[in-house]
Write a protein that binds this ligand. Structure first.
Ligand SMILES: C[S@@+](CC[C@H](N)C(=O)[O-])C[C@H]1O[C@@H](n2cnc3c(N)ncnc32)[C@H](O)[C@@H]1O
Length: 158
């Protein structure tokens, strides 16, 4: 992610104090590192992040050692399904092409995101604008930032 988006995610995690965080799309681990460092400062909480590329998973696991971050080789939708009965406090959607991300978002809602939990999605001003349109249907309060590729932040009502 862009530096300012990473810094924003870091600040958001410091503010929200999530226990369980999920990320789809680890890649080199920029956003996972920012989220992980914020969790470390918070003193609690864990990030589960996943990527479908084994080399990426290996490299990111090394980079993120020492942080409360678990890097998994998995599709984002499988990761979300694996924790669907748990309250998720913070999600960052940053995986593959738009249809892949849409499948992930379709698995999220009032049933598995904790009250006041956050669903953040990257690239909504770029090539994933339909994600924002889809998630609006939940009528959760949200903000959209016109960063380079666009960032939307939705919050489940209390
Ligand atoms: C835009 S990059 C993620 C950037 C990362 N968040 C960062 O800040 O460094 C997208 C990543 O999603 C991965 N990806 C593609 N399809 C996926 C899927 N179905 N589930 C999880 N990750 C996927 C790609 O391999 C790629 O590494």
């Amino acid at each position: 992610v862009e530096v300012e988006v990473g810094e924003f995610l870091h600040g958001l995690v410091r503010l929200v104090k999530p226990r369980l965080c999920l990320e789809t799309g680890t890649y080199v681990g920029d956003s996972a590192e920012q989220i992980g460092k914020a969790l470390l400062k918070n003193g609690f909480g864990r990030l589960l992040t996943c990527d479908v590329d084994p080399e990426t998973v290996k490299a990111a696991s090394i980079r993120l050692q020492g942080l409360p971050v678990t890097v998994m080789e998995s599709q984002g939708k499988v990761l979300i399904q694996s924790v669907s009965l748990t309250d998720i406090d913070f999600v960052f959607i940053d995986s593959g092409i738009q249809p892949v991300r849409l499948e992930e978002l379709e698995l999220l809602g009032n049933h598995n995101v904790a009250p006041l939990g956050i669903v953040a999605m990257h690239d909504v001003g770029f090539d994933c604008a339909e994600l924002y349109d889809y998630f609006q249907q939940l009528h959760w309060p949200h903000l959209v930032f016109p960063s380079i590729v666009g960032l939307a932040i939705f919050q489940r009502p209390a």
